[in-house]
Design a protein around this ligand. Sequence first.
Ligand code: AMP
Ligand code: GLY
Length: 414
Amino acid sequence: MKILLVGSGGREHALALGLQADPECSELHVAPGNPGIAQIATTHPLVITDNSAIVALAQKIGAELVVIGPEVPLVNGVADELRRVGIATFGPSKVAAQLEGSKTFAKEVMSDAGVPTAKSFTCTTQAEIENALDAFGAPYVVKDDGLAAGKGVVVTRDRAEALNHALACQRVVIEEYLDGPEVSLFGISDGQTILAMHPAQDFKRAGDNDAGPNTGGMGAYSPLPWAPSDIIEDTYKQVLAPMIAEMAARGTPFIGLLYAGLALTDHGTRVIEFNARFGDPETQVLIPRLATPLASLLYKAATGNLGDTKLQWRDDSAVTVVLAADGYPSAPKSGAPITSIPTIDQVQIFHAGTAMDGNGLVSAGGRVMTVTGIGSDLTEARNRAYRAISQIDLEGSFYRSDIALNASVAEKGN
Ligand code: AMP
Ligand code: GLY
């Protein structure tokens, strides 16, 4: 099977490795890719906001499966255009991708499906905003309704800050604060059936102990030794299955990866948000642990044939740590040389914001690389990831030192 994967981040590098490892994949093309991906697949230049260019490339290479990594082309409706020309596509339609593209839409579907989430108001005027802020009280949670590349959400005790953020959005969702650990749990769906993956935990803040600004994600690990033992089954029943059933009943089935961002509160599981694609960096710990061949799995999802497929997992742990460029997230510096990338057994280094210049590999984005360590437990996986990332030379770069730290301590106590 010839496969085209669209995207260029660490997530796509991990997906590319997974797809490539499946003997069913005869040719892997990635667009635009990055220098790390170029070592394992054929890469093609591409502007990912150009739907016709994606369709044309898929046709040119004779792709039998297209996998869309990032949210922007999905929200732009590229999956509809690919299906229209008869190409099996892993990724939701424009309407179904609104589960990520519009917080209000996601809330409506959750309400119809009976899926537990924070109570919320959608507001467009200052009076509505102020009423909603005062109805919930501090801490205030204010979310831009549309896609905002990770910058749309403000959680604060400062009412003036909450109000300012709300006024800067055209349409804003103000919601109840959810207290409890956050978990990312993904489901792979063919529109009717959904297979729940293992949970992962992401670290969104830039600094250790969750200090500093929100980022795209600074690290992740899986499995979660501290999580309730029924978390997968419970999320499947309460969240994933009802969402897929509701989207199908509306005549807009969700085909692709449904990412549930959950808060485990004292009152039970609540959905914080949905995404319509694999998470980054959670994918960099889930794909190395997934034993089910990935190309066949995504093809079955894309063609409505998941049936009674069961996901198989390796009995090991994975920890991934993001190497961020100087100045990330507000103003990352690009163009600095990256050297001494180690080769270590049970370590996978995924490229994200990297590029080749005349002399070699340089930084070209905020999240530069993601380094995944695999081990028999989180402690071993962590040690491997940190040993590898500490050897990479990139001036001004930084990484969090506490990814999976508490979980690895909890695991030892079990
Ligand atoms: P989102 O972009 O929706 O993932 O939100 C970014 C981050 O804001 C989440 O990972 C949470 O840490 C936080 N957040 C979002 N909604 C809530 C909420 N209702 N209560 C508490 N924290 C929230
Ligand atoms: N890990 C957060 C995201 O992919 O949105």
